[in-house]
Ligand binder design. Sequence first.
Ligand code: IPM
Ligand code: MN
Length: 359
Amino acid sequence: MKKKIAVLPGDGIGTEVMEQALKVLNKIQEQYNIEFEYNHALVGGAAWADYQCHLPKSTLKTCQEADAILFGSVGGPVAEQHIEKWKGVEVNSLLGLRKAFNLYANLRPAKLYPSLAFASSLRKDISDKGFDLLVVRELTGGIYFGQPKGREGSGDEEYAFDTMKYSRMEVKRIAEVAFEAARKRNKKVHSIDKANVLTTMVFWREVVEEVAKNYPDVKYIPMYVDNAAMQLTSNPQQFDVMLCGNMFGDILSDEAGALTGSLGMLPSASLAEGSFGMYEPGGGSAPDIAGQNIANPIAQILSAAMMLKYSFNLTEAAEKIEKAVEKTLSDGFRTSDICQKNSKPISTIEMGAKIIENL
Ligand code: IPM
Ligand code: MN
């Protein structure tokens, strides 16, 4: 089997951590009956110098020709200086890719590894219990993309507006992703809404409730978003799958991420209908530590594992990578973001090598 991967390292630490993920994939290639073709393309600030654009047509073409996109991160000085307009909205290349490929289902697992509990922002008695949750975020609708948006008027009368809009089809398909995911996990879906205030969210709750009826084996619990934000910090163990619209999922996935101790540990998948997807670490480009060989490559490596699972149906290989990461952590190897004060961190390259040793 041969799979084409569009490799988009992007900015900041993107290139360094991507190198480690590709080394891991090379090892998988040796161990399984699979061949990867890597096609590199520029995105974000890295694309600006050559294309004066963050998401060049040639990059889109590389992605169109691929079976999956492995994305690094975008951001930093160049990306922020030159913000582009897209359908009247100022956007970065991420939103462009999500829309171009209909990547409507965003999976953001947040797991507190027992060995990293010290790094969590949670109080010790809460973090000691650990947690393992999955945010399923709708990614191509809601207030991010709803039309109309704009600014009108001037002076004190100037105003700005966005539109929060969800169709039955959009809510139904993301709810189904959440319930299917829960079936393979701990069989619980908290659907996060604001049905006490927003009409869109009353509708959201109605549609999710209908979907829930088709999954009698999965526990369905609707929860207001403000309560969910609070519950995440006081009792994160109660959550298995958190189903969210675009904006609430953006916020809660960052919150859940912080609770795990390091953004350098968080992979994600953004899936289209079928097997196509984009896989990306949650931590961003971290320009402050770029180029120093100290960034944590684990999020990028686990994103590659998600690609194997969701786009290539190589679940066993994906789990092998996850286990290798866990072993490396339990052996005590740490990059600086997850390192306790008295111990010595290892580099990006060393972390990659240790994980590969454990494969
Ligand atoms: C994310 C980011 C993006 C979002 C931004 C950069 C457009 O915060 O992937 O969570 O809001 O979706
Ligand atoms: Mn975000």
